[in-house]
Write a protein that binds this ligand. Structure first.
Ligand code: K1U
Ligand code: ZN
Length: 185
């Protein structure tokens, strides 16, 4: 499956609210598969539909070979607070420390349409919160202090020149490296 082009900071779709998914169709499953291919080729641990130009309320995460599909995810409860570094496939090479609840419980639907609930912590909790934010038009840079956000945006002003039209098309080399790694598993 071919990776999808990634939308970069500056593309208005990243600031839009998504629309809840009402039925699990073959097209939705194809989108999920294409998102996994894209996320793995881009070396990410999560990906939300707006990052590939879609407004379905859908995200995926994969930390340590545990792929999770999140359809219409919602946080039910959270506790604790932890500061850690985040990155974003839509803002490559920009990182920042973000405070987030360290443990969250959430409800979502999987690719079969089954509703499930889970409590998670650590990097998985952080990644799921980051992806749910994407589904509501929010980005990790929104949590930075005014000074740190200004510095991040100044750095991005240079980086973004690599992405004409606010789109990142993965190179054949990036895709081949991902294929090679996938075949080894
Ligand atoms: O949604 C995305 O943009 C994917 C993003 C997920 C994420 C990473 C780190 C913390 C929270 C959410 C990425 O996969 S960025 C690339 C990455 O693998 C990474 C970057 C920093 C720390 C850990 C992983
Ligand atoms: Zn992101």
């Amino acid at each position: 499956m071919t990776p999808l082009p990634l939308r970069m900071l500056g593309d208005p779709i990243l600031r839009k609210e998504t629309t809840p998914v009402t039925s699990i169709t073959g097209d939705l499953r194809l989108l999920i598969d294409a998102m996994f291919t894209t996320m793995h080729a881009a070396r990410g641990i999560g990906l939300a539909a707006p990052q590939v130009g879609r407004l379905e309320r859908l995200a995926i995460v994969d930390i340590k070979d545990e792929p999770i599909v999140l359809i219409n995810p919602e946080i039910l409860a959270s506790s604790g607070m932890e500061r850690d570094e985040e990155g974003c496939l839509s803002i490559p090479d920009i990182y920042g420390d973000v405070d987030r609840p360290s443990t969250v419980s959430f409800r979502a639907m999987d690719r079969e349409g089954n509703v499930f609930e889970r409590e998670v912590d650590g990097l998985l909790a952080r990644c799921i919160q980051h992806e749910i934010d994407h589904l509501h038009g929010k980005l990790f840079i929104d949590y930075l202090s005014v000074l740190k956000r200004r510095a991040a945006l100044a750095q991005w002003a240079k980086e973004k020149e690599k992405y004409p039209g606010n789109v990142r098309v993965l190179t054949a080399e990036e895709i081949a490296t991902h294929r090679h790694r996938a075949e080894e598993l």
